[in-house]
Design a protein around this ligand. Structure first.
Ligand SMILES: Nc1ncnc2c1ncn2[C@@H]1O[C@H](COP(=O)(O)OP(=O)(O)OP(=O)(O)O)[C@@H](O)[C@H]1O
Ligand SMILES: [Mg+2]
Length: 238
C-alpha cells in the first residue's frame, strides 16, 4: 500500500518556558484523512506541542510542515487561513456571547458566501447547538461547550483539526458523543490530531498513536497495537 500523503509533519520540535524545557525534540507525522493521537500524563508537553504548532508559544525551535509548506514562522491567523486549527484545552468559548456569535467568530478570517453553508454543517453535526443558537454560551453544559468549541473551529473550514483533551471533565455518555463526532469528521474528509488523557477511548478511534513522557515521544505505533502493549496498559489504561 502506498504511503498516505502527510498533511502535517512536525520535526524536532522544542518548547521552552524560560528555563523550563517543556518539549524536547518531538517529531511526528499526521497523514491526510487519519486520526492520530498523542497520549501522555499530566505535564508531558502535549498542550505545549499543539500550541507550538499554532505558534502560540514564545520560545520554540523546530520545523512544522503543513500541506507541503513550512509554517514554523507563520502567525497563528496565517496558519488558520491555511486550513489548520486548534480546539483548545478547556474550550475557551466566550460566555457572554451567544452560540451563534461564538460560531461566527470562528469564521472571522473569512469573507465569503460559504459561511452560511458551514454553519449548516455545524448544526448538522450538533443539532443541540442549533436549538440553542441564541443562548449565551456560558449557560451551556460542559458537553455543549465542547461541541461549541469544535463547531467554532470548524467555522474556519479546516482540513486538519487539532483537539486538546476534548473529553476532559465530561460524563461518559457525552464523551462517547464527542468521540463519535471525531469519527464523523474523519468520514467527512477531515484529518484529526487528538491529544487525550483518556487513552483507552482515544486509542480505540485512532489509526496511529504516540506516547509522550516529560517532553519526549517514548513510544509510537498503530493504535490497536498500543491498546495491547503491556507498557501502555500499565501506565495509561489502568
Ligand atoms: N506558560 C507556562 N509557563 C511555564 N511553564 C509552563 C507553561 N505552560 C506549560 N508549562 C510547563 O510545561 C510542561 C508541559 O506542560 P503542558 O501543558 O504542555 O503538558 P500537558 O501534557 O498538556 O499536560 P496536561 O495533561 O496536564 O494538560 C509542564 O511541566 C508545565 O508545567
Ligand atoms: Mg494539556
Amino acid at each position: 500500500m502506498a504511503e498516505k500523503e502527510i498533511l502535517l509533519n512536525v520535526e524536532n520540535l522544542h518548547v521552552y518556558y524560560g528555563v523550563i524545557h517543556a518539549v524536547k525534540g518531538v517529531s511526528f507525522k499526521v497523514p491526510k484523512g487519519s486520526i492520530i493521537t498523542i497520549i501522555g500524563a499530566n505535564g508531558a508537553g502535549k498542550t505545549s506541542t499543539l500550541k507550538a504548532i499554532m505558534n502560540l508559544v514564545k520560545q520554540k525551535k523546530g520545523k512544522v510542515i503543513y500541506n507541503g509548506e513550512d509554517i514554523s514562522k507563520k502567525g497563528t491567523h496565517e496558519i488558520v487561513a491555511r486550513g489548520l486549527t486548534l480546539v483548545p484545552e478547556g474550550r475557551h468559548v466566550f460566555p457572554n456571547l451567544t452560540v451563534l456569535e461564538n460560531l461566527l467568530l470562528g469564521a472571522y478570517l473569512r469573507n465569503d458566501k460559504e459561511i452560511k453553508k458551514d454553519l449548516e454543517f455545524v448544526y448538522y453535526l450538533f443539532p443541540r447547538l442549533k436549538e440553542r443558537k441564541h443562548q449565551k454560551a456560558g449557560t451551556l453544559s460542559g458537553g455543549e461547550q465542547q461541541m461549541l468549541a469544535i463547531g467554532r473551529a470548524l467555522m474556519s473550514r479546516p482540513d486538519c483539526i487539532m483537539m486538546d483533551e476534548p473529553s476532559l471533565g465530561l460524563a461518559p455518555i457525552i464523551v462517547k458523543q464527542i468521540f463519535d463526532i471525531i469519527l464523523k469528521l474523519r468520514e467527512e474528509g477531515k484529518t484529526i490530531l487528538l491529544v487525550e488523557q483518556n487513552a483507552f477511548q482515544a486509542l480505540k478511534i485512532s489509526d496511529y498513536a504516540y506516547v509522550m513522557e516529560t517532553g519526549k515521544i517514548v513510544l509510537e505505533g498503530k493504535a490497536k497495537d498500543l491498546l495491547n502493549d503491556e507498557r501502555v496498559k500499565e501506565a495509561y489504561l489502568g
